[in-house]
Write a protein that binds this ligand. Structure first.
Ligand code: APR
Length: 244
């Protein structure tokens, strides 16, 4: 990475006003500097040699709910220890200057903890659980969580309240996210491989609707070709350039 913001980023930053509508799509890379491993590519992105596609599916849970819960329990433990980093805080500051809507693929809740107000949790929350028998959903912040966790109401098996591969995004979250991509002037992509849809498709919606697009990532992603500006480096170091 460079230690100076690219000129185009400075020019864009200087044109931001209270009326500017910014939609931000975040992925695991924004939380990497908080000590939470990403899913793909990084040295510590694997968990006991399992790929996310092998753990985060309804079929994996049906086959081996204990294994899947142990993976979530490990991640809940890491997240409980983690703090928002400078990138999360930058987005919280940005909302004082512009109209910011965050769409996050992350389930860690760090945007909320950093003080961001408008956050759509596209893939749910790791702190939510849902009963497979009675459908009751609630917040559950136990660390560690008993394995296997049971519903307090009907004793059915609980599952994580997140969206797995092959499952649909909650319609109201999807609609609001597409709307935010369609109606923004600036679309910012931070720390995502752009490999998972429909989230990655939001960049296309924004671009085709006329937004300026910019991306912050350690390395080019699968959607970098759709970006007007690419800022290489760790988001915790580069994103503050948006407000400094
Ligand atoms: N700063 C910026 N970008 C980073 C950093 C960092 N410090 N560290 C890693 N990255 C980038 C990587 O280069 C990569 O492009 O973050 C991205 C992480 O990609 P993934 O691990 O694939 O995470 P994400 O895109 O959020 O995954 C999407 O897949 O497993 C599912 O549901 C899960 O929401 C997740 C979805």
């Amino acid at each position: 990475m460079t230690d100076q913001p690219p000129d185009e980023l400075v020019a864009l930053r200087d044109r931001l006003t209270a009326e500017t509508r910014i939609t931000v799509l975040t992925g695991a890379g924004i939380s990497a500097a908080s000590g939470i491993p990403t899913f793909r590519g990084g040295q510590d992105s694997l968990w006991q040699n399992h790929r996310p596609e092998e753990l985060a599916t309804p079929a994996a849970f049906n086959r081996d709910p204990e294994l899947v819960w142990r993976w979530y329990d490990w991640r809940r433990g890491l997240i409980a220890q983690a703090e928002p980093n400078a990138a999360h805080r930058t987005l919280a500051h940005l909302q004082e200057r512009c109209q910011v809507q965050i769409v996050t693929q992350n389930v860690d809740g760090l945007h909320d903890r950093a003080g961001s107000r408008n956050v759509l949790e596209f893939h749910g929350s790791i702190w939510r659980v849902r009963c497979l028998s009675c459908g009751r959903e609630e917040t559950d912040e136990r660390v560690p969580i008993p394995i296997l966790p049971r519903c307090a109401q009907c004793h059915g098996l609980l599952r994580p309240g997140v969206v797995w591969f092959g499952e649909s995004i909650a319609p109201e979250i999807l609609d609001a996210s597409v709307d935010a991509a369609r109606h923004c002037q600036v679309f910012v992509v931070i720390g995502t491989s752009g490999a998972v849809y429909p989230a990655a498709g939001l960049a296309t919606v924004a671009r085709e609707s006329g937004a300026r697009t910019l991306e912050f990532n350690l390395a080019p992603s699968e959607i970098s070709s759709q970006m007007d500006i690419f800022v290489p480096g760790s988001a915790a170091e580069t994103l503050p350039w948006l407000i400094d």
